[in-house]
Design a protein around this ligand. Structure first.
Ligand code: NAD
Length: 476
């Protein structure tokens, strides 16, 4: 059970921030400037649906404008509130600085259970919400660029982009007003999978460092590691899929809204996802044991725990029972500040949210750049690259034939080497590089600075230092 003494999500983020700034030497006032949320706009609007006017409440919080545009997802959930949106906006600021995407932090939310409305109704609601935000420049290619979050996806982003374009008919950059769009509406290859893919790349990078693996009391690599995932939505599904398909990890538990499925032999992620889509939940899935109180599965034995649903799920009430030696925060804020302290004392290694789920904003950055440059990545270079490679392969083949060296290039090598990089390959390469570089920046601080006990504080230190430099450069 979650305890009442637990701080709010916003307070939890503040406490983590404060723990980091205590180790810094920021000029007076700057700490407060970086901590506070600059502005939060609340909107209540009506939409005529089902024969009556339905009123909805939405928010857009702008945490920091040290860089513009500001960036952050829009969440649809009945639990959305100002505190949550502000906490998420703050995390966006720190995340963008850590992975070096040139944005300030923002976040939006609409109090709505999207499952209660049909597609046409959701479109009307989304367009009206977008209208309210766009007319105040809270959706704008150079001011504020939303993206998907819980309860929203490509479809909603396409509606938002279209609504903005209708209101700004002469803006040639209008598509850059939102990211996470479908390809045919100006999206980029690899955006939908990006956050889950980033979680995979983050884990791959962690397992490249024996010192870090040892800190978690683990050994080896991702192959054979038992993984429990909470939330098989966009982020959790892609992370679980890639880890099991590409890295040899075994998904032994999946926790969803209606309960959990456990199977020590490994769960087929595709099959379970399909089951959820057709049955509305995990209950009665035949290939595993159903646990009605899904949250108990967070406490099961496993190697890697991936909370990928919502915030505050690991709290003062269950932190001591968590057995996973390694937690990667695919969701934002899944571990409360109190739970974080308990886990730290236990020696659990946490790969923190501001880094772990930054794959989404990283590829959103690529999409925004693509929209502003009006050309897809790789369009100019791909065939030129292939021609160069072909030249080399032909020459090698000629040499081997002429001199009877007795070797030939394997077909597999030729096929792979000859293929020039298209947009998806370039996006994945940029994402992988971003996740590696940011991890290395964090771990350097983690290992080199005496008072830094954990990756989270290391991440905050790297990030706050960069934000402080931006403010200094502006003369503040
Ligand atoms: P989503 O709506 O696609 O998926 C959320 C999943 O969690 C759904 O399958 C839902 O059924 C499940 N869920 C909801 N409540 C649950 C509960 N109480 N117990 C177990 N499962 C529950 O959302 P998403 O986009 O995957 O986002 C998940 C988390 O990742 C959020 O914290 C979000 O802020 C964060 N995140 C998302 C992105 C992105 O690109 N979508 C980027 C960064 C961070």
């Amino acid at each position: 059970m979650k305890q009442n003494s637990e701080p709010s999500f916003r307070d939890s983020v503040n406490m983590m921030f404060s723990r980091a700034v205590k180790l810094m030497d920021l000029p007076p006032g700057l700490e407060e400037k970086i901590r506070v949320c600059n502005a939060t706009y609340t909107v209540r609007f009506g939409v005529r649906l089902r024969g009556q006017i339905q009123t909805f409440t939405g928010y857009r919080a702008v945490h920091s404008e040290h860089m513009e545009p500001v960036k952050g997802g829009i969440r649809y959930a009945s639990s959305v509130n100002q505190d949550e949106v502000e906490a998420l906006a703050a995390l966006m600021t720190f995340k963008c600085a850590l992975v070096e995407t040139p944005f300030g932090g923002s976040k939006g939310g609409l109090c709505i259970d999207p499952r209660e409305w049909d597609e046409h109704e959701l479109e009307q609601i989304t367009r009206r919400f977008a209208y309210e935000l766009a007319k105040r420049d809270l959706i704008h290619p150079s001011q504020n660029v939303p993206a998907p979050d819980m309860g929203t996806g490509e479809r909603e982003m396409a509606w938002i982009a279209d609504q903005y374009a209708r209101m700004n008919t002469t803006d040639i950059n209008s598509r850059a007003c939102v990211t996470g769009k479908p390809i045919n509406a100006g999206g980029i290859q690899g955006r939908t999978e990006a956050t889950g893919r980033g979680v995979e790349y983050a884990l791959q990078e962690f397992f490249r460092h024996p010192e870090d693996i040892a800190k978690a009391g683990m050994s080896g690599d991702l192959d054979g590691k038992r993984v429990i995932v909470q939330g098989l939505g966009n982020v959790g599904y892609h992370a679980a899929k890639f880890l099991s398909e590409d890295d040899g990890s075994k998904v032994t538990g999946v926790i969803e809204r209606d309960g959990a499925i456990v199977n020590e032999e490994g769960i087929d992620v595709e099959e379970l996802r399909h089951w959820i889509a057709t049955h509305g939940g995990v209950a009665n899935y035949p290939e595993g044991t159903f646990v009605e109180d899904g949250s108990l599965v967070l406490e099961h034995e496993c190697d890697i725990l991936i909370p990928a649903a919502l915030e505050g799920v690991i709290h003062l009430g269950n932190a001591a029972n968590i057995k996973a030696p390694l937690i990667i925060e695919a969701a934002n804020g899944p571990v409360t500040a109190g739970a974080d302290e308990i886990l730290r004392k236990k020696g659990t290694v946490i790969i923190p949210d501001l880094y772990a789920n930054a794959g989404g904003v990283t590829v959103s950055y690529f999409e925004w750049v693509k929209n502003l440059s009006h050309i897809r990545f790789g369009r100019m270079e791909k065939r030129q690259e292939e021609a160069q490679h072909l030249l080399l392969v032909s020459e090698l083949e000629r040499l081997s034939a002429d001199k009877e060296l007795g070797w030939e290039l394997s077909k597999n090598f030729k096929d792979k080497f000859l293929r020039g990089a298209g947009e998806l390959e370039l996006v994945r390469s940029g994402l992988d590089d971003t996740m590696r570089t940011a991890y290395q920046a964090m771990r350097e601080v983690w290992h080199d600075r005496d008072q830094v006990e954990d990756l989270r504080i290391a991440g905050y230190l790297v990030s706050i230092d960069r934000i402080a430099s931006s403010y200094r450069a502006k003369g503040l």
